[in-house]
Design a binder for this molecule. Structure first.
Ligand code: DGJ
Length: 738
């Protein structure tokens, strides 16, 4: 059993294949956090021996500790610290009681150990089994520890999912009100981890539109360091994935702890180095736009977070998340079936198309082996620019020159699948929907709303609004053969107000909005189980583990420049597998940067994601079309290796001197694909080598007909071809000799 409870010491020990997590209800019933890290022998040794008790000035003592001045919540490592009762660090829970006060203390009440992984109502969660999908069966157990508020008004149920083989432990929280009165949650974090000592670096992933998930690594200093989003989405600006690592941790060495939030709305991730040199890490919903009323006998669930530990550096940590998310978070047919190579028309034609033009593009695309044609923005309502039409999900047959069915049939007749773009949450003031229902848009009566891309957002916390949009989307989807849907969102939330919530509940909108989004996505995938859905928010503005539960791939960035993409995909790879990263080859000079890169390099980069093209294929030369044909054949050949293999970051594109490299290795080490992009060319420059990873030490490998032992390739490295043009790239296949 991966969960052990020692009833004498009230010690909980949770073990996965390579990690251990431990907590203990102490003599006062306070749930102490005692360990997260090395599994060692796996024995449930009580790590609370490390806690130093001392009489410390200005760190008070709970009443039940009597005269013991060495017992202070301000200094103890806790599993779920609360606000207002003597712990002055950042805390995991702040509750407004019916009398208006906030001071809260929790004590251990009971626990339950259950077989299998828990799920959460209306929220994404890693799963152990999916009905009808035997490949999803993974060993998992659940621990639910119940704490009670010392004023006996509510329970806090702490959920732990122990995914033994995946090396993942998940956490979620449920607050159950039994007071008979309303209580208000003003802060509820999903994860809290207290580290007694250690010098750590905090790794966060920051960015902006068209430049998402840049890596930032900073040593912790005293005080609170935090990243988060108050935009209503997980955001381009900060990603809800954080790493804490040893200061000297590298890709291959050192202790690292990863924390991933399965949530697509406001979040905060923080690390606090306290007065005693202890570190507290918290991850959960951002409290700024959050105040949730929990009525009598009601329960509130905080979203799930997934945690992993690696003592072999950042690379291993990432691969734990890659595997878990690929196999036990993403759902649906397309997570386990080869996905089609697609052509998206957006950067090719933007709003300027009709049905004939699209069919003409599809004709060339199919010749090159492209399998899915995606009609992006502009096919509905009055939508020839991004200023009108959003909300009117009615096919613009006049613009297309045909019905959607006719268009889809023509594309299918060519042998391609057909996909379509929606932005279900968006609304333009210049739309029939807005003219009919201005109150469905998120805006505060009496205040002019903030526009963004000249649009507003619908109040997705409202079921009636969602039902309306859902029925219109279904009408479109049912009218033709459509195998793919892109779900986009092109602004951040603001002017929070819901016409159907009373004043004291307006603080619930952000969370209700996300629940509404999940509700609609769930309905969509239930109704169209075979449809491939790609998430998107102006590129990667909602690239998070919550969305991956509904959409197995997400458009990674609106920046399609291959060189910029190296950094974006590199940063994204810390927390997410390449099979989730929407990535396309586009025209040169690139639309966003004006940069010119070889077509081959654009493919090398886009292949390291969910491969596709996004350009007007009708403008390509015969030679370019032939090249694309070969690229697609090659991608199909390497598909399993790229999508299901182990991903290794070999260099960091932001500080590499000349050649940037990454690698996909088969789990059994039998083959690998090495990808290289020459970022700089130096005339008469030095030779370049790359050390490979993930091969068999004692295996023999063939590279371009030349034989090498595995340990030689991983230590001596491979001498790389000399680049003769800027941004030239190489894809080098390494196969074990049978
Ligand atoms: C933003 C997306 O990221 C693009 O790929 C494209 O779909 C546009 N929106 C369309 O408006």
């Amino acid at each position: 059993m991966a969960i052990l409870f020692d009833s004498t010491s009230r010690l909980f020990t949770l073990t996965t294949a390579h990690s251990m997590y431990q907590m203990k209800a102490d003599r006062y019933g306070v749930l102490l956090h005692t360990w997260f890290g090395m599994k060692g022998s796996g024995s449930a040794f009580d790590y609370s021996y490390r806690i130093a008790y001392a009489d410390r000035g200005f760190s008070g003592n709970p009443y039940d500790a009597g005269e013991d001045r060495t017992y202070s919540l301000d200094a103890l490592p806790q599993e779920f610290p609360t606000y207002g009762s003597g712990d002055y660090r950042s805390t995991a829970l702040k509750v407004r009681y019916p009398d208006g006060t906030f001071a809260c203390e929790l004590r251990y009440l009971k626990h339950e150990i259950l077989e299998g992984k828990y799920s959460l109502p209306g929220l994404p969660a890693i799963y152990d089994t999916l009905p009808g999908v035997s490949s999803s069966n993974t060993k998992a157990d659940t621990l639910v520890v119940t704490l009670e508020d010392t004023r006996q008004m509510f329970y806090v149920h702490l959920y732990y999912g122990v995914m033994e083989d995946l090396d993942i432990i998940t956490r979620a929280v449920c607050v159950e009100n039994h007071s008979g009165e309303d209580i208000y949650l003003e802060n509820l974090q999903s994860v809290c981890i207290d580290y007694l000592y250690g010098d750590y670096d905090l790794h966060t992933f920051y960015g902006r539109h068209v430049k998402e998930r840049n890596c930032q690594r900073t040593p912790l200093h005293h005080g609170v360091q935090s990243v988060g989003s108050t935009r209503g989405t997980s955001s381009h600006q900060y990603n809800p994935f954080l790493i804490l690592s040893d200061r000297d941790a590298t890709e291959d060495e050192g202790r690292c702890y990863g924390f991933s939030f399965l949530y697509s709305g406001d979040f905060i991730g923080s690390a606090e180095l306290d007065q005693y040199g202890q570190t507290r890490l918290l991850l959960g919903i951002h409290p700024d736009n959050f105040c949730y009323c929990v009525g009598p006998e009601e329960r509130f669930y905080a979203p799930e977070a997934a945690m992993a530990y690696s003592e072999h550096g950042l690379g291993t940590l990432s691969r734990i998340f890659h595997k878990a998310y690929r196999s036990n978070l993403c759902r649906g047919k397309w997570t386990r079936t080869r996905r089609p190579v697609l052509l998206n028309d957006w950067e090719g034609v933007y709003f300027d198309f009709d049905g004939d033009k699209l069919v003409q593009m599809a004709k060339d695309a199919v010749k090159m082996g492209i399998e899915l044609f995606v009609m992006d923005d502009g096919w509905f309502g009055k939508r020839d620019l991004d200023v009108s039409g959003l909300g009117d999900w009615v096919v613009n047959e006049k613009k297309l020159g045909c019905t959607l069915k006719e268009l889809s049939d023509r594309i299918h007749d060519l042998g391609m699948q057909f996909g379509i773009w929606f932005e279900p949450e968006g609304i333009n003031e210049d739309s029939d929907l807005y003219r009919e229902h201005p109150e469905w848009a998120m805006q505060i009566p009496g205040k002019a709303p903030t526009r963004s891309r000249q649009q507003l957002l619908l109040d997705f916390s409202r079921e009636d609004v969602r039902d309306y949009i859902f029925s219109h989307i279904c009408k479109v989807l049912d009218s033709a053969r459509i195998e793919y849907l892109k779900w986009d969102l092109n602004r951040s939330l603001s002017d929070l107000y819901s016409a159907v919530l009373p004043g004291e509940r307006q603080g619930e909108i952000m969370h209700r909005y996300v629940l509404g989004l999940y509700d609609m996505l769930e309905k969509l995938i239930m109704r169209y189980p075979d449809m491939l859905i790609e998430g998107c928010s102006g590129g990667g503005g909602r690239f998070d583990a919550g969305m991956l539960y509904y959409t197995p791939q997400i458009w990674c960035s609106d920046d399609t420049d291959a060189i910029e993409r190296l950094s974006i995909q590199y940063g994204t790879s810390f927390g997410y597998p390449v099979s989730t990263m929407g990535s396309h080859v586009s025209h040169c000079p690139n639309e966003q940067t004006g940069r010119i890169t070889p077509l081959n390099t654009r493919a090398t980069v886009a292949m390291s994601g969910t491969f596709g093209y996004e350009l007007d294929v009708n403008t390509m030369s015969e030679e370019e079309m032939e090249t694309v044909k070969i690229q697609i054949q090659e991608f199909k050949e390497y598909y399993d290796l790229i999508q299901y293999g182990d991903y290794y970051r070999l260099t960091n594109p932001d500080n590499v001197e000349a050649y940037h490299g990454w690698e996909f290795a088969a789990e059994d080490g039998s083959e690998a694909l090495l990808c290289i992009v020459a970022l700089q060319i130096h005339p008469n420059g030095p030779g370049r080598w790359m050390r490979l990873k993930g091969l068999k030490q004692d295996g023999n490998y063939l590279v371009d007909g030349q034989e090498y032992p595995g340990d030689v390739l991983m230590n001596g490295g491979l001498l790389l071809p000399r680049a003769t043009e800027e941004y030239e790239s190489f894809r080098i296949h390494i196969v074990e000799k049978c």
